[in-house]
Design a protein around this ligand. Structure first.
Ligand SMILES: CC(C)(COP(=O)(O)OP(=O)(O)OC[C@H]1O[C@@H](n2cnc3c(N)ncnc32)[C@H](O)[C@@H]1OP(=O)(O)O)[C@@H](O)C(=O)NCCC(=O)NCCS
Length: 177
């Protein structure tokens, strides 16, 4: 059963992917209170306060581990750098999502993190099929997803963006183990 497995810590060449804890609230808030991140994701408000971080981290404590797993992305040198997670969607599919603090963009970190999470998801977590999406004006995320093995379905949906306060065109993708 996927849900019965403990939340693992994964390591890559440069990164440690570990469970988030309440101690991540302050560094998370410091990185995430950035409109350039918030406007590219669905459910991160802007401005992003410490209360928002605490509410999210509290939610994770009670999340169903059979369909929701979220990892802090960190390095020994930089501490918390971002988050990569797998969340349940309304239709039952599990969706990959992520963000990285701006100081760490453009060095291949999120591709490295996403690939490690996908490898774990298809192995110990037993997933054969995952979905993702990116806003049409976010080609960097499209590159991360294609480098990690996701394929475009061709479908474009309107998705919410809390930070933009309006629906945004999203390009839908799938990944098969
Ligand atoms: C998207 C995000 C996670 C990328 O993280 P990252 O560690 O910089 O990503 P990587 O370095 O692994 O890969 C980025 C790729 O996008 C490419 N890229 C960057 N900006 C681009 C642009 N404007 N147009 C096209 N490609 C772009 C890079 O060249 C790289 O591809 P390459 O390896 O083929 O050269 C990071 O920018 C981020 O957190 N953005 C805000 C939140 C977000 O968008 N989350 C995803 C929501 S779907």
């Amino acid at each position: 059963m996927p849900g019965s497995k403990p939340h693992p810590t994964l390591t890559t060449d440069r990164l440690i992917l570990r469970p988030l804890t309440i101690a991540d609230a302050a560094p998370m808030r410091a990185l995430l209170n950035d409109v350039d991140i918030a406007r590219m994701v669905s459910r991160i408000p802007h401005p992003y306060g410490l209360d928002d971080a605490h509410a999210y981290l509290a939610h994770l404590q009670s999340a169903d581990p059979s369909c929701e797993r979220v990892f802090a992305v960190q390095s020994d040198k930089d501490g918390l750098m971002g988050v990569v997670g797998l969340d349940p969607r309304d239709d039952g599919a599990v969706e990959l999502g992520y963000w990285l603090g701006k100081p760490f963009w453009g060095r291949g970190y999120m591709t490295e993190a996403a690939c490690a999470v996908l490898q774990w998801a298809s192995g110990a977590w037993g997933r054969r099929f995952l979905v993702s999406r990116h806003f049409a004006d976010n080609p960097a995320s499209g590159r991360v997803l294609t480098k990690a093995g996701f394929l475009y379905t061709g479908e474009v949906r309107r998705s919410c963006s809390l930070a933009r306060r309006e629906p945004v065109s999203s390009r839908m993708m799938v990944w098969l183990a």
